[in-house]
Ligand binder design. Structure first.
Ligand SMILES: CC(C)(COP(=O)(O)OP(=O)(O)OC[C@H]1O[C@@H](n2cnc3c(N)ncnc32)[C@H](O)[C@@H]1OP(=O)(O)O)[C@@H](O)C(=O)NCCC(=O)NCCS
Length: 178
């Protein structure tokens, strides 16, 4: 298994991966929604605000994750993990966790302090994420599943309460995603 950082020339393969994985797990319509979201994320996010990571086996992409900049009022450097996909035929073999850990190690090397995600706590807790109350850090939109608001510190410091609104990148600026 090879892990690497995403580059823009790989956009179409990555969009196809998300489309096929989510079509298989959530149906064709959701596959198209996520493909459009990933395409939007790649095209509208400034390069310094987007970090993608790819898992590859025998030159075939089998996993992809994206982190995009998450602006918090304290000025702490933060990113949010979304979305994540592992090829249907190799799910459950540890690729997702290894890929997330690869991404977290990279963010840490870039002096990122905080990482957020919004998803299934039982899955993301395997890579260090824990529930975070909105009294500590607010989500940019009302959360339909507040239990899925998750974060972890990468600098060893406890996550302190940060007052005020937060901001995600344009592609995530859609209340339906929250
Ligand atoms: C969710 C996903 C990224 C996980 O990646 P993966 O490589 O299959 O998972 P891993 O092999 O790293 O981890 C397997 C463990 O996670 C658990 N797990 C896998 N998918 C899960 C999910 N959707 N929810 C909760 N737990 C999950 C498994 O039960 C297993 O637990 P165990 O180790 O205690 O047995 C992958 O299955 C996937 O792409 N699913 C479809 C798309 C999706 O739901 N993406 C996430 C939302 S953006």
């Amino acid at each position: 298994m090879k892990f690497s950082l995403f580059s823009k020339s790989e956009s179409q393969s990555v969009i196809d991966l998300f489309k096929s994985v989510f079509s298989a797990s959530e149906g064709e319509a959701e596959g198209q929604v996520i493909a459009d979201f990933v395409s939007n994320l790649i095209t509208t996010t400034k390069p310094q605000d987007l970090i993608g990571c790819i898992a590859e086996e025998n030159e075939v992409f089998v996993g992809c994750i994206f982190f995009s900049r998450f602006t918090v009022p304290s000025g702490t450097t933060a990113f949010i993990l979304s979305p994540v996909a592992v090829s249907t035929n190799v799910q459950g073999t540890g690729i997702g966790q290894k890929l997330i850990q690869y991404g977290l190690d990279y963010l840490s090397s870039q002096n990122v302090n905080l990482v957020f995600t919004y998803g299934n706590p039982s899955y993301y807790s395997k890579t260090g994420f824990a529930k975070i109350n909105e009294n500590i850090v607010k989500a940019p939109y009302p959360l339909s599943q507040p239990i899925g608001w998750l974060a972890q510190s990468l600098d060893g410091k406890k996550i302190e309460a940060i007052a005020g609104p937060t901001q995600c990148v344009e592609a995530l600026n859609n209340p339906d995603l929250w």
